[in-house]
Design a protein around this ligand. Structure first.
Ligand SMILES: [Zn+2]
Length: 270
């Protein structure tokens, strides 16, 4: 789950739940909480949901004086239910709202479900350290130039580091770099201003395109529908074992640090 999916679900969650009151909460494994369960429950039950926003790969639910932070870890189904729905068979967390609706969370591996007083959100290290979310209005081209100024290291690892740019993982990155003609192992100081500008637009337009298509087809939205962004159809080099659609060179899958990268050696020279 990367930014497009988190953004879509948070918008749907806000649409359905803003204005309702939390009436109950169930958490099967208390290890994902940052406070004892009883305290968590006491803090959120009875509170009104004001808004739901995406911060990188985190969901931020505002309850006014408190904020709930949820991170799905390796992935999750985060599903809406109403009084008419049958609940999913498996889930580890359930947040129930006063009008009979609510959310179930089924996570693949681990997750974080934290609560913080709003005036102390900067003490929440895991989200306070995050960079600006790549589709935020405040993530402008000027901001991107500033961010890369005097930075060293490889462009791909820089973009994947959530402290620099929040919300990009190892799924969309291959085509973000390909569409900009930039090899993942290019060093930041070697990038020209033109390349940085093209990269900025490539990043924003690919993520935006996925949002418009409803996110990845491997992920479910809040209503349980799979997205329309199909890696096979919409990526040019990402997860493509064949030839580059632009120049017909064989696409290479290479090791880049701890991740793999799909590159066209012709279109993305090193
Ligand atoms: Zn090519």
């Amino acid at each position: 789950m990367e930014l497009p999916e988190v953004l879509i679900i948070s918008q749907q969650m806000e649409k359905e739940l803003a204005g309702t009151y939390i009436s109950a909460v169930e958490v099967s494994n208390h290890k994902c909480l940052n406070v004892p369960f009883e305290e968590f429950q006491k803090t959120i039950v009875g509170k009104k949901v004001l808004s739901v926003k995406a911060k990188g790969k985190w969901f931020v639910i505002s309850l006014g004086a408190h904020m709930i932070f949820f991170n799905p870890g390796m992935g999750a189904y985060i599903l809406y239910y109403t009084s008419d729905s049958t609940l999913p068979e498996k889930y580890q967390i359930k947040i129930e709202c006063s009008n009979g609706t609510g959310i179930t969370f089924r996570v693949w591996w681990f997750c974080y479900l934290h609560v913080m007083p709003t005036e102390k959100v900067n003490d929440h290290k895991m989200t306070a350290q995050l960079g600006v979310t790549s589709l935020d209005e405040s993530f402008t081209l000027e901001y991107f130039f500033e961010l890369l100024h005097k930075k060293r290291g490889y462009i791909k690892s820089f973009l994947l580091n959530q402290k620099n740019v929040a919300g990009i993982g190892n799924f969309y990155i291959h085509d973000i770099l390909f569409n900009a003609g930039i090899h993942p192992l290019r060093k930041i100081p070697s990038l020209t201003s033109e390349e940085i500008e093209v990269l900025y637009h490539s990043m924003r337009s690919l993520l935006q395109k996925s949002v418009e298509l409803g996110g990845s087809k491997y992920e479910k939205d809040f209503y349980g529908n799979y997205g329309g962004f199909d890696a096979k159809k919409h990526f040019k080099v990402g997860y493509n074992e064949g030839d580059c659609p632009v120049c017909r060179t064989q696409i290479q899958k290479i090791k880049t640090g701890s991740t793999s990268s799909y590159v066209c050696p012709q279109c993305q020279p090193l």
